[in-house]
Design a protein around this ligand. Sequence first.
Ligand SMILES: Cc1ncc(COP(=O)(O)O)c(C=O)c1O
Length: 392
Amino acid sequence: MSLETSERVSKFTESVIRKMSVVAAKYGAINLSQGYPDNDPPKEILEALKKAAIAGPHQYAMTWGAKNFRDALAKKVSHFSGLEIDPDKNIVVTCGGTEAMMSAMMTALNPGDKVIVFSPFYENYGADAILSGAEPIFVPLHPPTFRFVKSELRHAFEQGARALVLCNPNNPTGRVFNLKELQIIANLAEEFDAFVITDEVYEHIVYEPHKHIYFASLPRMRERTIWCSSLSKTYSITGWRLGYVIAPERVINGAKKVHDFLTVGAAAPLQEAAVVGLNFNDDYYAELRDKYAHQRKIFLNELVEAKLKFYEPEGAYFVLVNIDEFLKDGGGRFNDDTEFCEWLAEKVGVAAVPGSSFFRENVKNFIRLHFAKSEETLRESGHRLRKIREVL
Ligand SMILES: Cc1ncc(COP(=O)(O)O)c(C=O)c1O
């Protein structure tokens, strides 16, 4: 039999992040590669889940999201963004931010359309672009501060881009784009009449003095923003697969159809239970931010103690560590970040993601670690990382 799978699937590789989790398990290393919280979800949400297990709903929810979920979501999102959101006209509830982004791209882009993606980028965007038939144009976020150059961004728009993907707060760099940067993107999107597809799954994990600005809240941007986010990180429920797209009605009408035929809908009992979380007051989000700020402080201290160089994250829970000194070019023994990560997991007991999996450019001198772990685990990781040069 010579049945070949589609060309499409041959164009992207298996997730490097998830592959590193396998490497971590193989060597029994602390897994700082795949980033998800290691704490339980809030107990109120778990109580609500218990109730939903008995009382339901257990059948399909409305395809674009259960009414009570959309109502609570619209209220919460309006509160934080200052924008009016119509729960019936502006929202599609999806299976995680992952499906939100896929649905957004399939809704906005035709096969052959160009989409701007900043590099380094969250690996899904490459696959999403391929699956929707679009062609990414990569614009570098230049190390060590991971900022874009306006003329390079303009050049990408000049090539006829129909959309730009904006991950803010940014994975993997930890950047939180400031108003000036967002305004540059907004002006170019307006000038070239492009969509801005945002990924704001880390909207509530931002460190002082940085502030998250919802792109849709910029003047006139509401009309061209397809805003994707998720409950995964905000409520520590990455396994529940609840996300959403918010957009103007004409766009949402398209996204509703894409979503319906991709997945029908997000899990009904989980939507029911998560409503409790969407109704939390501001204290919850302040505590979440403080918790991650504390973990960040501990982990960055550990990295300093281990004499590692890194860019201090402004949001999300990732940190890019510079490994120049360990590479052959810098006088070390490793050819690249992948070789270094394999060694780090085996000999030091800490699993990281090779930075090259996020960069379009030939950049091999970063690894990504995450700090969504307990204080004890972070301290133990630091203890191990301090021994890197001894073990070498
Ligand atoms: C930037 C970014 N977007 C989306 C996701 C996926 O979110 P979800 O679990 O809601 O699919 C992640 C998960 O790590 C992420 O880092």
